[in-house]
Design a protein around this ligand. Sequence first.
Ligand code: FAD
Length: 385
Amino acid sequence: MDFDLTEDQQSIRTAIRDVCADFPGEYWRGLEVTGDYPDRFVRTLTELGWLSVLIPEAYGGGGLGMTEAGLILEEIHRCGANANACHAQMYTMGALLRHGSDEQKQRYLPAIARGDLRLQAFGITEPDAGSDTTRIRTRAERHGDQYVINGQKTFISRVDQSDLMLLLARTGPSDETDRTAGISLFLVDLRTARDQVKTQRIPLMFNHHTYAVYFTDTAVPAANLIGEEGRGFRYVLDGFNAERILIASEALGDGHFFIDRASAYAGTREVFGRPLGANQGVAFPLAQAYAQVAGASLMRLHAASRFDRGLPCGEQANTAKLLASQASWAAANACLTAYGGAGFAAEFDVERKFRETKLLEIAPVSNNLVLAHLAQRVLGLPRSY
Ligand SMILES: Cc1cc2nc3c(=O)[nH]c(=O)nc-3n(C[C@H](O)[C@H](O)[C@H](O)COP(=O)(O)OP(=O)(O)OC[C@H]3O[C@@H](n4cnc5c(N)ncnc54)[C@H](O)[C@@H]3O)c2cc1C
């Protein structure tokens, strides 16, 4: 379905498609075997400036909006690639651009835009604090002109492939009336802190680099506190809306990947003397998933437009994330069913994408928590957690 994209937005799609043509299924399958990070893919996107589109031009970035950032991630996923290895550079901009000081932005953003520094890690989740983020226990204590951090995070992606990490830590007690109080946000320079930050990779059902992270007396300059002490949770909420819009975009790309592949396959493979797609049992689930992807796309564009105009967009961003991840999962199932046994064979990339897209229902926020947000914040129902 064609949406009202500008010529520039259309050309972004074409440019990303050209880049991804150099990273076909064989590339991603090879990485699954070795477990390696897609270094060449990330370097290529960085050098071409695609990962710094959200950084304002004044800091050397592309100066584009959330709509364009979403289209980039969508197209990467539609091509069968995966932006997991590098999307955090976009996710984290919501918090850094809106709440970082001028000095912090001057110090880091031009270097990130040039590709000299990687901001790929976002440290929130802990063993006892996933959906219930305000329960985090990692502590940051102020000693003179620095904070000293102790604690453990888990499932923190790309820590070993990043120079910088946005970290959420507790600087004060929680407050019964405001559970978000006492939490602060830091920009940790991992290059200088490597000795006090230990990591352990967590093996997963697909090739992704995520780690348990241990902080032992990790010193962070006070100048790297984002905004005011104790208000960090509010700052990441801005980042969360960006993250939800971008994750919705990746899900939409996955949805298109499955529908494109399945339509081509069902249109040509003959069973009982006619193309598979002539059977409504095969065609209708694909058509249904297509309609879901198209509807979710509209909500994603709406949410991104509100974000770019500085309007509140929690409702739209959450709704887009929910609908898009459901659409991609519906498309994944319809596609695998249409492929039959071939869907399980690695050579078609369907089973790899099937495993990858399931994540989008769970992380970075589970769909149940999205529903809880909509029920409570939009419908005014009592808090369920
Ligand atoms: C591959 C991967 C990469 C990740 N990368 C990062 C990262 O870079 N940085 C980071 O900080 N985190 C990261 N995470 C963590 C991710 O954000 C969490 O897994 C996610 O927020 C869910 O938290 P949890 O796993 O602790 O689930 P839990 O909070 O334990 O919840 C388990 C299940 O119960 C459901 N549930 C919980 N409470 C309720 C309720 N009140 N009502 C209904 N259902 C409920 C949830 O929907 C979920 O499905 C990553 C996770 C994965 C798997």
